[in-house]
Design a protein around this ligand. Sequence first.
Ligand SMILES: Cc1cc2nc3c(=O)[nH]c(=O)nc-3n(C[C@H](O)[C@H](O)[C@H](O)COP(=O)(O)OP(=O)(O)OC[C@H]3O[C@@H](n4cnc5c(N)ncnc54)[C@H](O)[C@@H]3O)c2cc1C
Length: 549
Amino acid sequence: MPEFATHEVFNQPEPLVDINLFETNRALQDALRFNAPGLDPAPLRELGALAGSAGMQAHARLANVHTPELRTHDRFGHRIDEVEFHPSYHALMAAAVQAGLHGTPWASPGGGAPHVLRAAGFMLFTELEPSILCPISMTYAVTPALRGNPAVSKEWAPKLTSRSYDPRLLPFTLKTGVTMGMGMTEKQGGSDVRSNTTRAVSDGADDWGRRFRVTGHKWFFSAPMCDAFLVLANTEAGLSCLFLPRVLPDGSRNALRIQRLKDKLGNKANASSEVEFHDAAAWLVGEEGRGVPMILQMGTMTRLDCALGTSGLMRQALALALHHTEQRVAFGKPLLEQPLMRNVLADLALESEAATALALRLARGYDRRDDAHEAAVARLLTPISKFWICKRGSAFGQEAMECLGGNGYVEENGEGVMARIYREMPVNSIWEGAGNIMALDLLRALRGGDAAAALAHELAPAKGAHPALDRAAAQLPARIEQMATEVEARRLAQEVALAVQGALLAQTAPPAVVDAFCASRLGGDWGQAFGTLSARTDFDAILARALPH
Ligand SMILES: Cc1cc2nc3c(=O)[nH]c(=O)nc-3n(C[C@H](O)[C@H](O)[C@H](O)COP(=O)(O)OP(=O)(O)OC[C@H]3O[C@@H](n4cnc5c(N)ncnc54)[C@H](O)[C@@H]3O)c2cc1C
């Protein structure tokens, strides 16, 4: 008998570790079959096992507890501008690069579904650790824009797509793999980048094309240890997109100073910095004075990742909530068997599955960019998915946390994963174009001819699946006409998102999910908090599908 045996510890659930995140995610598997029918899921099964393993989860905890530190100078006083990470950060980065979540799809020969495969992998990895995916996402996103400078793109592409993670600060020619970031946001404006004051002065030309000297700052500059960045700066012709490496081809360091690291709410393992450039060397990408549309090619791809990332976080939060409530007993039975808790969990399961279906459908658009319909779908669904999925994330995270009661709110040296998820949720809604900017972008997409037709085409296969969905689809063209004004842009984005989610579920999910989703989100049989589904809902079927085992 221990000396201080005051009580026995019981009714505390076991942690959710050593599960295969892919094999236990039926919604993801069905969405994958729908969007990439011939795809071999073997790599995802492998990644699902790795990402759910106790060993990798320990890395995720450590990388979030031992956060990055800025070293501005060495001990002799030389300026070094380096960020030091815990070894677990590097272990996570190496695993993400090894899984091909960065540039690898761009190296795939035509055909197949490399972007859908990578999107599913990105969701799985998010369940392990989302913040290191910031540089991974930017490295994935940069390729379409970087092609605006064919000489740089030709030399850097093999390293951007390589599956070797190489964190050393060296000229790119000596590295086995590289990562890239982006710098748009300045102190006086992030959404409205036309206010950028950073300037670039022409400095001749070389093998990489027209060279400039950049002076100014960036107020948010994530993952400053990347090997290079696309930045916006004003040349004589206006805002231009420039390629700015950290180490110059001759091996010297470029004139980029990291002022400090941001003290963020979440996203702790990732370093986000403030930087200044003092005559930093950079090379023109695309047309001079057309920098915004050029760098937005990168922004568009990162918006896809915001939707994928939030979908992954939702699935993780749902799995944790289900796992906990299955084991935790209150008032005589497991919480999972309490009728009102079943309503909350089923409602979360619907939201999670709808997010997965929408985000993966969007990814399919990027696999077939040469197809006019798919290009129009990608244009339409990018702002919708980024707006709606990410907007739902924080409310979702709060409700899932509450399923764990007080334990959900406790961090305990990084072991309380739910708290980490909750702190991460808002960032996907803010960066890469905050909610209003996405809703306004939807208006722009709808003005561009093909979008309304693409939307009708997407909804058509679901006709007859549910009366509420049919009504919503029939009303949408008129709603788009009525609401295509700035003041109602969020209402419109919400209505389009829900109709598309309903139509996708009708093609990928079992009837219980489709009925409950359409009745609640489209038919008005729902309240304003999660857990307000009708008593007619088939809770058993929805929960059995969502359980993480
Ligand atoms: C952790 C983190 C990391 C980041 N990393 C990077 C990075 O690596 N590189 C980079 O360039 N940026 C980065 N950002 C910056 C991010 O992209 C911006 O914060 C974001 O684009 C919003 O810009 P802002 O902060 O200047 O806000 P503002 O532009 O001032 O916007 C404030 C609010 O006003 C709304 N708004 C703006 N215009 C309108 C309008 N016309 N109508 C209605 N509402 C409007 C916005 O939706 C937003 O809600 C990062 C941000 C965070 C939080």
